[in-house]
Design a protein around this ligand. Sequence first.
Ligand SMILES: [Mg+2]
Length: 248
Amino acid sequence: MKSLNQLSKKELKKIKMIVFDVDGVLVPRGTKIKQLGNITTLETKIIAPRQIEQIKTLHTKGFLINISSGRSLCMLQEMFREILPFVSLSYECGSATWYKGDVYQHVNSFTNLQKVFLQLKKVTNKNIKGFEPKEFIVTIHCKKKDKNIEKIVGEYKNLCTHWNGEAYDVLVKNKQNKAVGLRQVMKIFRLKKENIMAIGDNYNDHELLQASGIPISADKSRVKGKFYVPLTGKLLPADKLMQKILLL
Ligand SMILES: [Mg+2]
């Protein structure tokens, strides 16, 4: 992997779309969730004014911006309210994409997840913080990894879990990931792999980065890229990347 400093203008030439992961890239990592019976409390993080300006500038320079996250659509709309006219939102790990008010569904996971969801709901212990409201995937927040959850999901050969340090995403193996979503987004915008730059920081970004022409790792201990953003200083990885692109 090369350091982001080594990214050149020549490499940027074919790039038409930049795909951003959200947590740990555009906003700091960590979701605060509390669930008591049927009451779920979820903290919304809003994108910083500095990143709003950077994204607007990239848009003005002709770049398409795609935001790709495991979060739900309504949550992403809240987080990115100010820049919605300039971006498309791929949500719940590539399950669907929102663009200018239209929703494109990429995956139907209903029959695959219905039974396991009901089983997981029955697991109650102090480690489990709560279920994040989602349409196409199951997301369970835990204090630490949980053997009960892994055992239940492990019994389904067509399902997998991604642990991101604070929650499990339960997904349909090979059919539900950020790359599946990206390939559909590429069809909508008539783009090729070489036109895409993608930045992500976590295990669930692996497929996404591999499906892009220029993959950028925002945490080289978790995910591989052609380039990596050094995790030093206070600036977010997306900030450093956008600064670099705007400089070129
Ligand atoms: Mg992330």
